[in-house]
Design a protein around this ligand. Structure first.
Ligand SMILES: C[S@@+](CC[C@H](N)C(=O)[O-])C[C@H]1O[C@@H](n2cnc3c(N)ncnc32)[C@H](O)[C@@H]1O
Length: 255
């Protein structure tokens, strides 16, 4: 599949867009995006907690949907950002979209506290996106409660063959994320299960696609990134890769 726009973003303005993600994430995202695209119409992407758009823009360029991509952030309502995990800014976010070649018409910006999202919001988003998001990132407030709430919403709006990303899973500054995920898997059996942990994000996918997605990542690494190291083990009872890209090795944009 062609990732021309993604590569020019990662090799260019990515470095100037302020935010928290690294391009090595795409070692695992790219084979998953290939698998989703092979299923048919890829569909738009969504994120709770976009800040200035660093990860969001990369996800839009990965899937290439021309409308329906949805950015949810408290933006100016910072009183609802209870743990101060970065202050989203709608003007900077919008300017970064344009700077990175994404027309504003491709993105639905929603200034909202994720704790106020409802079942009606989820069903409206599912309808508007033609069945849900292909990729959905959870990166808003990092308390236990927000993590569980936002992940619950992500489960409702992500399509069956899609991927959910949970940021800061192992970040010692934000223990609420891991605690929230642990509570979810200890108390429930959600249909999305751990797939891969890499570069600060835990990826989840539907159990129905789990084995084939693990094998897709392994095959992709073997063919294109033999320098990447990974461990194949179990998280919450599910097979899950921990991927450690060689930081000094050629990154996606250079391949
Ligand atoms: C760590 S930053 C996100 C980083 C971003 N994903 C990136 O690629 O760099 C967290 C974001 O979550 C937003 N946020 C905090 N609390 C929120 C809430 N209750 N609902 C929605 N967004 C929230 C903040 O405004 C901030 O922009």
């Amino acid at each position: 599949m062609s990732y021309e726009q993604l590569r020019s973003y990662l090799g260019g303005p990515f470095a100037e867009v302020e935010g928290w993600c690294i391009q090595h994430l795409w070692l695992a995202i790219e084979p998953l995006a290939d698998a989703i695209k092979a299923n048919g119409d890829p569909g738009p992407i969504g994120e709770i907690g976009v800040f200035h758009g660093k990860f969001f823009i990369g996800l839009v360029h990965t899937m290439g949907a021309s409308e329906g991509n949805t950015a949810i952030d408290v933006f100016d309502m910072q009183e609802f950002n209870l743990d101060g995990a970065g202050k989203g800014n709608q003007e900077i976010f919008g300017a970064n979209l344009e700077k990175c070649g994404i027309p504003r018409s491709a993105v639905d910006m929603r200034a909202a506290d994720s704790m106020g999202l409802t079942a009606d919001d989820a069903s409206e988003l599912r309808k508007r996106t033609g069945g849900g998001f292909s990729l959905f990132s959870v990166d808003g407030c990092h308390t236990v409660e927000h993590t569980m709430n936002d992940l619950g919403f992500a489960l409702e709006v992500t399509r069956r063959d899609g991927i959910i990303f949970v940021d800061d899973y192992y970040n010692a500054n934000w223990p609420g994320v891991q605690e929230g995920v642990a509570k979810l898997y200890h108390n429930q059996a959600p249909r999305f299960v751990p797939l891969v942990y890499t570069s600060n994000k835990l990826f989840l996918c539907n159990l129905s696609f789990h084995e084939r997605y693990i094998e897709a990542i392994r095959a992709h690494l073997k063919a294109h990134h033999p320098e990447a190291r990974y461990r194949d083990h179990r998280r919450y009872g599910y097979r899950c890769l921990s991927l450690f890209p060689e930081r000094g090795a050629p990154s996606l944009s250079a391949v």
